[in-house]
Design a protein around this ligand. Structure first.
Ligand SMILES: Cc1ncc(COP(=O)(O)O)c(C=O)c1O
Length: 316
């Protein structure tokens, strides 16, 4: 991991190595954390955070599901994200806000534990590799099923539920693949370990619906908006496993992975990225870098100085 200088921790910018929680923090023991993965890009109009408001809204929703009151407003968190990017002098970065049940109580009733909030940012390149973005990755269906919504709500981005993704990721990595695809409890395609999934069949873009136990991805939503604007037909429906093998194109989307093509699933060759995948990659790349005026509203430009008077001084 490429360290930066400062992390925003409970309202203050502290040194990277001083952003610490107690080993008896509730979230460490029971996974009672919610978090986001966000990216900022060096765009035509300056460094800008991609769909920051949507990410913060999803984090609030995740926290709400787990009865975790976030002790900062949306605007305070937004300005904290800006401060972290600016203070660390980052023109492009990955941003990780986390809200966790902290120290003070043990046992499964978490509501008496304090809620800590941290926001870190650092330079993080292509999650599934530059080669993967260009030529596609090899993926395998994991033997682990994606947790169903009757067990843990898939719509929340909560720490504990990533144990599911980690089992799938390690299993498929050890088998020699670059990403895991999880089926849901009904046996239909759900998500990658950290991405949403799309197939293209006869020119139509198909992706599992929210009811298929998927995370409502912000990149998924962006790609669907772009596809619609480009006149590509989109269908949200259940996808059977073998449809991945016979699809014309397959790709995954996520903040970390961006738009990464899949060239092989379970040793069935799909091939090099196809025309719709490439089109969506290009249009998405233009959107995140501020080259398409249609999507400028997705960019939250980081101002050169704090927008909240006196805030940076107070944080120091
Ligand atoms: C399981 C899962 N699905 C999908 C996504 C993609 O979501 P987003 O595009 O909002 O990053 C992620 C990443 O957060 C994820 O962990």
């Amino acid at each position: 991991m490429q360290e930066a200088d400062k992390i925003w921790f409970n309202g203050e910018l502290v040194d990277w190595h001083d952003a610490k929680v107690h080993v008896l923090s509730h979230g460490l023991h029971y996974g009672t954390t919610v978090f986001e993965g966000i990216r900022a890009y060096d765009t035509e109009i300056g460094t800008a955070v991609f769909r920051l408001d949507d990410h913060l809204a999803r984090m609030e929703a995740s926290a709400g599901i787990y009865y975790m009151p976030i002790p900062y407003s949306r605007e305070q968190l937004r300005s904290a994200v800006h401060d972290v990017v600016r203070t660390n002098g980052l023109s492009e970065c990955y941003i990780r806000p986390i809200v966790l049940r902290g120290y003070g109580t043990m046992g499964l009733f978490p509501l008496d534990a304090e809620v800590d909030v941290a926001i870190a940012a650092w330079v993080w390149g292509a999650y599934l590799g530059e080669h993967g973005i260009e030529h596609g990755i090899r993926a395998k269906i994991a033997s682990w099923r994606r947790i169903g919504s009757t067990t843990i709500p898939a719509t929340a981005k909560a720490g504990g539920q990533y144990l599911n993704s980690i089992l799938a990721k390690v299993e498929t990595h050890r088998a020699g693949y670059e990403e895991a695809i999880l089926l849901n409890e009904a046996g239909y395609v759900a998500d990658g370990s950290g991405e949403n999934i799309f197939i293209v069949r006869d020119g139509v873009l198909v992706t599992p619906p929210l009811q298929a136990s998927i995370l409502p991805g912000i990149t998924r939503d962006s790609v669907m908006t772009i596809a619609e604007d480009e006149g590509v037909d989109i269908v949200e429906r259940e996808i059977a496993r073998a449809e991945l093998y016979t699809a014309d194109e397959v790709f995954v989307t996520g903040t970390a992975a961006e738009v990464t093509p899949i060239r092989e699933v379970d040793d069935h060759e799909i091939g090099e990225p196809g025309p719709i995948t490439k089109l969506l990659q290009q249009r998405f790349d233009a959107a995140i870098h501020g080259r398409d005026p249609k999507y400028l509203e997705w960019l939250d430009v980081v101002a050169a100085t704090s927008e909240v008077p006196g805030e940076e001084a107070a944080a120091r």
